[in-house]
Write a protein of this length. Structure first.
Length: 395
């Protein structure tokens, strides 16, 4: 099935829902890029794109620094970023679309759709290796409580079916539902479930059931050769040399960014822009609807953004919903201090951030490409500066 990503099927969305606020309203956000610029000056990041929106419109959009240090290309607000694990909520919404249609349930066992997940092993423990007490469910995958680990080895051209079989051959790290353990491979498995249940390739489902209806014309698993110049390059800091050095995206397993033969991996495979990510979170803030197009039932949005992990320890002050990380206690992480309890979203491995605060009705999107920051990327110094500057502006 051919996919035409170049044309948004609903172009009016970008006019209606992403038109910037009047200049006078935007002036109050002048401190946002000013707070992030010092990290460019110090060589901590090459550049950044910063966006703030409410559920109807963009309130602020700016860029600082460069997207390519070698060429000196200035960062632009429409540059493409590898959004890494920010792909996970989008994969979760695809699963939820099928749940709304009655084609699956969040509590279905994975083995119902992928037989290779039947009768899994659990490694170690006092009793040694043993069989899982119960089947892994889709809810387990969505909340990182399945026990699934990650890949020990992968080929850049495996199919999603091959990825799912590889992860099913590995023992679980713990009994399903008994602990919280982050698993990108679990979300790659969910992509394969979407394929089996829908009868469509996962990439096609994402395109036709999520990206096109939301007007996310700049979001893709495979940037084209024409889009490649707009890609923000990835960097890691060489502390000894005192400079940023270009790095690669390890999650592509050696595949090229523009290689369309790579699989569409739901755990961290998407590239996008700040504006497109905002559309996704505007839809969630609006209870599953955007521009007259309903993506999810309002009750399903509520289910996905409520605490699902009970007393299981996840990240500081941050339990999990279905595919979304939740802010329960903002005081537990510095970068969350200005957010309201009930904020939901996700970060990415290279520092990208996307959060929706229902209490304030705001969407926050912060885009950088920096590996090996030596800290939790959700709590980077750059994100803290961005969040503090936005908080000062909205107050």
């Amino acid at each position: 099935m051919a996919i035409n990503r170049g044309r948004c099927l609903f172009p009016f969305l970008s006019l209606v829902l992403l038109q910037p606020a009047p200049l006078r309203a935007m002036d109050r956000f002048a401190g946002v890029p000013a707070k992030v610029q010092p990290f460019v000056d110090k060589g901590e990041i090459s550049g950044a794109v910063m966006l703030v929106a409410d559920k109807d419109r963009v309130l602020h959009l700016s860029a600082v620094g460069e997207s390519d240090l070698a060429s000196g290309r200035r960062m632009r607000t429409d540059d493409l970023f590898w959004i890494a694990s920010m792909s996970k909520p989008m994969t979760a919404v695809c699963v939820a679309i099928l749940a709304d249609q009655g084609m699956l349930s969040f509590d279905d066992p994975v083995e119902k759709f992928l037989p290779e997940f039947h009768n899994l092993w659990v490694v170690g423990g006092e009793a040694g290796d043993q069989r899982a007490d119960r089947p892994v469910t889709l809810r387990d995958l969505l909340t990182h409580t399945s026990g699934l680990g990650e890949y020990y080895a992968a080929d850049p051209h495996w199919t999603l079916e091959e990825f799912a079989r590889a992860i099913a051959r590995q023992p679980l790290r713990f009994q399903p539902g008994t602990q919280w353990g982050y698993s990108t491979a679990g979300f790659d498995t969910l992509g394969r479930v979407v394929e089996v249940v829908s009868g469509m390739r996962f990439s096609a489902f994402v395109q036709f059931r999520l990206l096109d209806p939301l007007g996310m014309a700049q979001t893709t698993f495979w940037p084209t050769d024409e889009e490649a110049p707009r890609l923000a390059h990835e960097y890691a800091r060489n502390a000894r040399a005192g400079r940023l050095e270009e790095t690669t995206i390890h999650y592509l397993y050696g595949g090229a960014v523009t290689d369309p033969a790579r699989p569409a991996l739901g755990g961290a495979g998407l590239f996008s822009t700040a504006q497109d990510v905002t559309r996704f979170y505007q839809m969630m803030l609006r209870g599953g609807e955007l521009g007259g197009r309903r993506i999810l039932k309002a009750a399903t949005v509520a289910e996905m953004t409520r605490k699902q992990t009970g007393s299981l320890a996840a990240r500081p002050g941050m339990p999990w919903g279905l595919g979304f990380c939740l802010v329960e206690d903002p005081s537990k992480m510095e970068a969350n201090a200005t957010l309201s309890p009930g904020t939901f979203g996700h970060g990415g491995a290279y520092g990208t951030q996307s959060w929706a605060d229902p209490a304030r009705g705001l969407v926050y999107v912060f885009m950088i490409q920096r590996d090996k920051m030596g800290m939790n990327p959700d709590n980077s110094y750059m994100r803290r500066a961005y969040q503090d500057a936005v908080a000062a502006a909205v107050q």
